[in-house]
Design a protein around this ligand. Sequence first.
Ligand code: IMP
Length: 175
Amino acid sequence: MKEYIGRILLSEDVILERVRQLGKRISKDYRGKEIIIVCVLKGAVVFLADLLRNLDIPADLDFIQISSYGNETESSGEVRISQNLTTDIEGRHVLIVEDIVDSGLTLSRLKEVLLAKRPASLRFCVLLDKDRIEDVKFDYVGFKLPAHEFVIGYGLDYAGKYRGLRYIATLESGR
Ligand code: IMP
């Protein structure tokens, strides 16, 4: 079966406007503080780049790679850290920036790992939140998505493809 780009769910304009709002809120909430953004590789880099340019507070950066997906559209149920932080986050205000939350497994594991490093505070900013059965709350959420949709674009991939799309679309297959 061949996969292809399906319906556009979020246009470039809609995404950028929402990212601008998130940046404004985050800047307000952390006013007077310095934050360190931990960007979850690889999908969140496009979101990060736009979010960063909408912040007007000092923000340092670090990256972590933690994944529960292989090349499939279903979670493997396993989470592993494949690239760790290079900064000491103890006593710092940490904002995790993630592209999408599905089961919530990746972020709950990441939360455990980062809390063990004793940051001053830890918050989550996720662009897309799939409607899950468990009600996990995040501090900053861009958009809610139906749980059954697999989406691509704006950093999100399928088997390493489609990250460069300026919009977010569904992935379809079978043509
Ligand atoms: P979770 O651990 O089930 O919450 O899965 C989160 C991770 O799965 C994200 O960091 C993405 O890498 C990947 N993922 C989940 N849903 C999608 C999707 O619709 N498109 C692309 N990647 C996804």
